[in-house]
Design a protein around this ligand. Structure first.
Ligand code: GLA
Length: 690
């Protein structure tokens, strides 16, 4: 089990960022946990559909997503609808008690659309015009696309908006992939409108972008363009704004479809996110637009500990949902088809993956896709019903998992409580990812995963939080990579420390404001009150160079690489100093008491034992302790109004005893004192957990 925090720090008044859907309207539809996946039966003759629904019943499927890529079949010619097949499909599913998550097909406009509107094709940063024959994503700012998308969405909402089988709307598919930015004329026009609204005047835009540098100053709005490939590095403030605008343009497309649906349907509306896999969508913003958050997750087959990445994606999804239950819209039963080496899941791995998502807050376990495709780009992607048919390991495991999920209905609606928060801000990541930063070796993703990994191994349950969000529920907040930090965020973090929180900030944080301009006062200046330290100069290391850190309390030296800072102490106490390297003799890790809390600063790139050495010391300030369970066992608790549910997943090769009391729901057995989790197994114990 994870350890127990000493209790939240006192809440503070003030206008902090709201998190999650504003009008949560899930659950609707199937009782218990939803189980199923994307269903694309238009690839098969209708006789097959009958077999599909019978097999779905066998597998315990109660929800399928249909119509996601069906625009060309639903509207074969502009304005001409052919909904007969969808009528028959929805009726068939309904007759078999299978609920429908109805897609709007706008992620892939038909060939006729691009023939009529060639200007709606997406243009890449280097000027390439993207062709047809794949998923035909159109430019999100194209007026013709927006009109056509709302037209087909309205037709579907009118026809099926109150159909008893339809319990959820699935708008578009994975906004931000495969296209997140469009450098076309319509996009440039949209960008200018957005900039005018944001800045009001050209003077304000010139100031915000710092266009006095390199002679970029604009005298006419019409001269402001998209940041296409240029002779050298393009103004980072312009690129950051274009990333914001591009995300906003996609959200406008979503809103238009959502509102067209709401005019005819009272069913909840979602769109499938890719929490950790899509860098271009700011899900703190997106989550406010949907009625229920849903996410797609695929394991990174190259990562032998991909299940930690999975847990991180699930925790991030739950966090953007504001802690509310969410829908796992897609994952895979076995291999995907789009990685360099598509490793098949081992026996039991699919269930571990699915139930980890459930343990971390998912109330629906869905896959891409129901039946493996015979043709097309994804025919080698695994499915619930593989090419090998029902005499296959995957099918047997799909049926077993369906039965298990069926026994977990009472878990629905319960919520996870986190021990700690990690700061996560897409805008900061966009800014940090631009060119000409002090070192290519320091990445926000690697830093965040390293910190998450440590907390995961220590058995702590983690939420992710925006730096401007209310942090008062967390005894520990870690900022692994907060390069861009607004003044509002800095004040929020300072108030968090003053109220008793433990804040750990890592190198290359607190550097620039929202325009990618260095903070007045220098690096880390906005956090000086919280941390008692500033950075005089970055001292990045050469490839492979390592430095040693000595703890003032005499503990063993630790080694770090990539980065060092020349720190200036402004009240903080030194916990470790550099023994060698460019900052030799200087402070490396500091701790500052401010109000009732402490602010920690880690000026170098720590991994492994070094990272553990810092975080374990910070846990002590936060009243947290690392779990004593083996490293490859994860335990999460979902708290309900009647009972709590402990979900334990054993990724290791030895069985393990996890302290628990109550009833194990998958076997129905009573548990007293501890539950045995077999190697590779999962248990779910209903009981009362503090
Ligand atoms: C994404 C898409 C699906 C499918 C899967 C394959 O998540 O949404 O349509 O392409 O990937 O892994």
């Amino acid at each position: 089990m994870s350890s127990h925090p000493t209790g939240p720090v006192a809440p503070r008044p003030g206008s902090l960022r709201a998190v999650g859907p504003t009008t949560p309207r899930w659950p609707l539809g199937p009782d218990g946990i939803a189980y199923g996946g994307d269903y694309n039966p238009e690839q098969w003759p209708e006789e097959v559909w009958q077999q599909d629904v019978e097999l779905m019943a066998q597998a315990g499927v109660n929800l399928v997503s249909v119509g996601i890529f069906s625009w060309a079949l639903l509207e074969p010619r502009e304005g001409e609808l052919d909904l007969g097949w969808l009528d028959r499909l929805i009726e068939l599913l309904h007759a078999h008690g299978i609920a429908v998550d109805l897609g709007t097909p706008t992620a892939s406009p038909p060939a006729w659309f691009f023939a009529a509107h060639p200007e709606a094709r997406v243009v890449t940063r280097d000027g390439t015009v993207l062709g047809f024959g794949s998923r035909g994503m159109a430019g999100p700012s194209s007026p013709a696309y927006r009109q056509a998308a709302v037209r087909i969405t309205t037709a579907l909402a009118e026809r099926y908006g109150r159909h008893p089988a339809v319990v959820l709307w699935h708008v578009h598919n994975e906004y931000g992939a495969p296209v997140s930015e469009d450098y076309s004329e319509s996009s440039a026009a949209g960008f200018r409108v957005w900039l005018r609204e944001r800045y009001g005047s050209l003077d304000a835009l010139n100031a915000a972008w710092g266009t006095a540098f390199w002679g970029q100053r604009y005298g006419e709005w019409e001269h402001v363009g998209v940041p296409s490939v240029a002779p050298s590095v393009v103004n980072p403030a312009q690129r950051l704004d274009f990333a914001r605008f591009s995300d906003h343009a996609l959200r406008e497309c979503f809103r238009a479809e959502r509102d067209a649906i709401r005019a005819h349907s009272d069913r909840p509306v979602t769109t499938n996110f890719m929490a950790t896999a899509c860098p271009s969508t700011d899900l703190w913003e997106w989550a406010r637009e949907v009625d229920v958050v849903s996410d797609d997750h695929y394991l990174d087959a190259a990562d032998p500990r991909g299940y930690v990445g999975l847990a991180m994606a699930a925790d991030l999804t739950r966090s953007v949902a504001g802690g509310r239950p969410w829908i796992l819209m897609e994952h895979s039963t076995s291999a995907v088809n789009w990685q360099p080496r598509n490793v098949a899941k081992r026996p039991g791995e699919m269930a571990r993956n699915a139930l980890t998502h459930l343990g971390r807050g998912a109330d629906a376990v869905l896959f891409f896709q129901w039946r493996a495709s015979r043709s097309g780009a994804e025919k080698f992607h695994s499915a619930m019903l593989p090419h090998a048919g029902t005499s296959s390991r995957v099918w047997r495991e799909v049926c077993e998992l369906g039965a298990e999920v069926g026994r977990l209905g009472e878990v629905r609606g319960s919520r996870v409580r986190a021990d700690a928060a990690i700061l996560w801000d897409w805008e900061s990541f966009w800014a940090q990812d631009l060119e000409w930063r002090p070192s290519v070796d320091l990445g926000h993703r690697e830093r965040t995963r390293a910190v998450y990994d440590r907390l995961w191994r220590d058995g702590l349950t983690v939420d992710f939080a925006h730096p401007e969000a209310d942090l008062s529920a967390y005894p520990l907040v870690v900022a692994p990579a907060s390069y861009l930090l607004s003044d509002v965020a800095a004040r929020n973090l300072t108030a968090y420390v003053e109220a008793g929180g433990t804040l750990v900030v890592m190198c290359f944080s607190g550097i620039v404001d929202e325009h990618d301009a260095v903070h007045p006062g220098g690096y880390l200046a906005p956090l000086v009150d919280a941390l008692g330290v500033t950075v005089e100069e970055f001292l990045p290391l050469r490839t492979g160079e390592r430095v040693r850190l000595a703890w003032v309390d005499g503990a063993d030296h630790v080694v770090s690489d990539v980065w060092a800072d020349h720190l200036v102490l402004r009240g903080a106490q030194v916990l470790a100093h550099y023994v060698d390297g460019p900052a030799a003799g200087g402070a490396a890790v500091t701790r500052h008491v401010r109000g009732d809390g402490t602010g920690w600063y880690v000026s170098t790139h720590l991994t492994g034992d070094g990272l553990a050495a810092v975080l374990h010391r910070a846990y002590a300030d936060a009243g947290l302790a690392a779990s004593e369970l083996p490293d490859d066992v994860e335990v999460v608790v979902r708290h309900g109004s009647e009972a709590d549910y402990l979900v334990a997943v054993n990724h290791g090769e030895e069985s393990v005893a996890v302290p628990a009391e109550g009833t194990e729901l998958l076997s129905g057995e009573q548990v007293s004192g501890a539950v045995k989790v077999p190697a590779g197994g999962v248990v779910v114990v209903r009981g009362r957990v503090r």
